[in-house]
Design a protein around this ligand. Structure first.
Ligand code: ASP
Ligand code: MG
Length: 296
């Protein structure tokens, strides 16, 4: 089984979602597809949190535009028999979760900083919850998973880290019967193992989710589908002669990520390196390009 992670631009438009469908259809089944939020939506969800905290409820207009964008994607890519159901799912999360959460932020003057933070963490998780509902509905044999059910974090100083033990136990349970089909899971999102609060793995964390799932499920490969052809020898914006690096080691990839190469989120490398799982970086918009493979 391989894990295929698609980033924000790869799930961000009808055109890119159709590429995703072709790429996933060509893969052997079962397969596990991990998705980011539709491109730009995480930033919007967070910007709306700030607006709501300033008691500016014009954020609800932005929310309506986002609703529209998701509905258009559904009409463009979801299989006909599933469309009504996915439309209803999107509306339900917007009307029964996001809207009341934003209104609570905007209208509750007594809300403490911690409570606001908890609410914003719950809000920002909806990017991946909505995109994954659409992607699941694109496949007749789509199987939904909910990362809030098995990805666990715990407090670590001022921040939080993945709780490997609890996550391993829950992932093995949740994915115990994966004989066939297109399994779809959200990147990025998690819960605190003690409080049960919704948390996340940090901005760009969907790559990390995919690597964790690949490691825990002993995947034969991890594919990171993005909007560039792979790791480059230099930044192509400043070095037009930069070329794609066809193959690199985990150590080299880690070094480039740590140095600021934005291709993948730095914590992604360790879990797959530990299990010697090859990582392919591929371009959703140019799937024929060979990409970069990261190996021992
Ligand atoms: N949607 C999240 C972000 O924009 C996680 C991700 O895309 O990797 O940071
Ligand atoms: Mg990313």
């Amino acid at each position: 089984m391989k894990v295929m992670k698609f980033g924000g631009t790869s799930v961000g438009s009808i055109e890119s979602l159709r590429n995703l469908r072709d790429i996933v259809n060509a893969a052997p089944k079962p397969v596990l597809v991990v998705v980011s939020a539709m491109g730009g939506f995480t930033n919007q969800l967070l910007a709306m949190c700030e607006q709501a905290q300033q008691r500016d409820i014009s954020c609800l207009d932005t929310l309506e535009q986002a609703r529209q964008r998701h509905h258009e994607a559904i009409d463009g890519v979801v299989v006909e028999s599933m469309r009504d159901q996915v439309h209803a799912t999107i509306d339900r999360f917007i009307d029964e979760s996001l809207k009341p959460y934003y209104l609570a932020l905007a209208t509750n003057p007594r809300m403490g900083v911690d409570e606001m933070q908890r609410l914003c963490d719950a809000i920002v998780a909806h990017g991946e919850i909505l995109s994954s509902a659409i992607v699941t509905g694109m496949f007749e044999d789509g199987v939904p998973h909910l990362s809030l059910n098995y990805m666990r974090t715990r407090a670590d100083g001022a921040g939080r880290v993945l709780d490997w033990e609890e996550t391993e136990r829950l992932v093995k349970e949740d994915f115990s019967s994966m004989d066939e089909g297109v399994h779809v899971a959200q990147g990025f999102i998690s819960r605190d193992k003690d409080s049960g609060d919704v948390t996340n793995l940090g901005r760009g964390g969907s790559d990390y989710t995919a690597a964790i799932l690949a490691a825990l499920l002993d995947a034969e490969a991890l594919e990171i589908w993005t909007d560039v052809d792979g790791f480059m020898t230099a930044d192509p914006r400043t070095h037009p002669d930069a070329t794609v690096i066809p193959q690199m080691t985990y150590a080299q990839a880690q070094e480039m990520c740590d140095a600021g190469a934005k291709v993948i989120y730095p914590p992604t490398i360790a879990p797959v390196a530990m299990k010697h799982i090859p990582v392919w970086v591929k371009n959703t918009f140019n799937p024929a390009a060979p990409g970069t493979v990261i190996v021992d």
